[in-house]
Design a protein around this ligand. Structure first.
Ligand code: ZN
Length: 457
């Protein structure tokens, strides 16, 4: 008989290859034993009572906008919101904060804010923008998880899109540094050209907005990035891919051996262009929510296992920037606020389409950990990994309201949506950080500097 710090009892544990009724023993923040542990005791015991025990989500794509625009979200509210959704690690994007994370000084400043305020672990992306190629090595040496660039306009004056020459130079350097470049892939030329046409005609409806960012704009940018990756040898990660056309190109490039991963976001799977028509600016994002037929194709690709991972792209702003009274759809800030609901969305889709929960765990934790160098410590419920855990009930539903959405600003496309499941508890390093509607803050999160990630035991 052994005594552990904590035993999570009687859950259906989502292991890498199966879901198994088991107890999980945790010591010093690390998973020590999984199985029938009736003979063992925990200093604390948590009765999971037939709920599902998932690995804590690793959300590789959020925008917390701190320092500089913490009033948009910030590490404190943002990390609490993620914890309430079963997320225990996230990677913050290099734009929307001031300064942008495009040199070492800015990186360290952001890391300090994160270490002071985040309640879960985090990594930080560095930016590739025109003129900062010589900063990439310093950013890599200081521990960025990877780099991010935009092929289309960012909507943010402090973070310019990468022109083609910058992309080529940056990719060559990022390959040398053995890092990954994440790309927002939409053609700037196509989107600007179509936007200008619509503006000249005074057309600002949801359908007009969607028409300015067609599937072809995404596919063209993806194709170009793939060619540049082949020229430079750079590893790529495509963020928020929203079309089957782009996926065809990515799939073909994978087949010919390019080292590429691809994410999509819950909102492209759960919503479509009708939602933009119905809900307006809270449903504005880029690429835009697609037509129902395209949404169905994305779900089919998900079921086939074509997406490597799922990220939220949580990208909130104060409501004034989305207020339809003062902004038409073209002017309103684009970005979906909903980082709390990624795991629940994927569980909903898994229930609807009979997708095994192991796949959900893989998309939300296993593959992100593997791809970004965290797998010695994170990403699976397994002996030796950090006890980062999300407990999900299928016996409860969860209707999103202002009271149970933990983001700083409550306007969201998810408002009013009812999930057929509920995250009831989140453990970070074996400590309860969230339980039944309450944040139970136990210590700060750690900045996961990419070169310093060692096994916990
Ligand atoms: Zn984003």
């Amino acid at each position: 008989m052994s005594t552990y710090d904590l035993i999570i009892r009687n859950g259906y544990v989502v292991l890498p290859n199966e879901v198994k009724k088991a107890d999980v023993a945790i010591q010093n923040g690390v998973i020590i034993k999984i199985g029938n542990l009736l003979d063992d005791t925990g200093l604390e015991e948590y009765e999971a009572g037939n709920q599902y025990v998932f690995p804590g989500m690793i959300d590789v794509h959020v925008h917390f906008s701190e320092p500089g625009r913490a009033h948009w979200e910030g590490f404190e509210t943002g990390s609490r919101m993620l914890a309430a959704g079963g997320c225990t690690t996230y990677f913050d994007m290099p734009l929307n904060g001031i300064p942008s994370t495009i040199d070492e000084t800015a990186l360290l400043e952001k890391a300090k804010a994160g270490e002071a305020n985040s309640v879960v672990d985090f990594g930080l992306w560095g930016g590739l923008v025109p003129g900062n190629v010589e900063e990439l090595e310093g950013l890599a040496n200081s521990g960025v998880i990877g780099f991010k660039a935009f092929l289309s306009a960012t909507g943010n004056d402090e973070f310019e899109r990468a022109d083609d020459f910058t992309l080529l130079q940056g990719m060559r350097e990022i390959a040398r540094l053995d890092k990954i470049l994440a790309l927002h892939a939409e053609s700037d030329h196509i989107t600007q050209f179509l936007k200008q046409e619509k503006e000249e005609q005074g057309l600002f409806s949801p359908d007009d907005y969607a028409a300015t960012r067609p599937l072809l704009a995404e596919a063209e940018a993806v194709e170009r990035a793939l060619t540049y990756a082949e020229v430079t040898g750079c590893r790529l990660h495509f963020v928020h891919i929203s079309s089957s056309l782009a996926m065809e190109k990515i799939e073909a490039a994978k087949q010919r051996g390019l080292d590429i991963t691809v994410e999509t976001c819950p909102h492209y799977l759960l919503f479509n262009q009708d939602t933009l028509i119905e809900k307006g600016t809270v449903a504005k994002c880029a690429p835009p929510l697609r037509e129902k037929a395209e949404q169905d194709k994305l779900i089919a690709l998900l079921i086939e296992g074509r997406f490597d991972m799922i990220s939220s792209d949580h990208s909130p702003c104060p409501y004034e920037l989305k207020d339809p009274a003062t902004h038409n759809l073209f002017e309103a800030w684009g970005g979906i606020s909903g980082g709390q609901f990624s795991l629940q969305t994927m569980v909903e889709l898994a229930i609807t389409y009979e997708i095994p929960f192991q796949k959900v765990a893989d998309w939300t934790a296993g593959t992100p950990a593997e791809r970004f160098g965290l797998s010695s410590r994170k990403g699976q419920i397994k002996e030796g990994k950090d006890a980062d855990i999300a407990v999900v009930s299928l016996n409860d539903t969860h209707t999103v309201t202002e009271d149970n959405f933990f983001a700083k600003h409550k306007q969201s496309v998810y408002m009013g949506h009812t999930f057929p499941c509920k995250v009831t508890a989140t453990f970070k390093h074996g400590k309860l950080v969230y339980e039944k509607g309450e944040i139970r803050h136990q210590g700060r999160g750690t900045w996961l500097r990419s070169m310093a990630i060692e096994p916990s035991i």
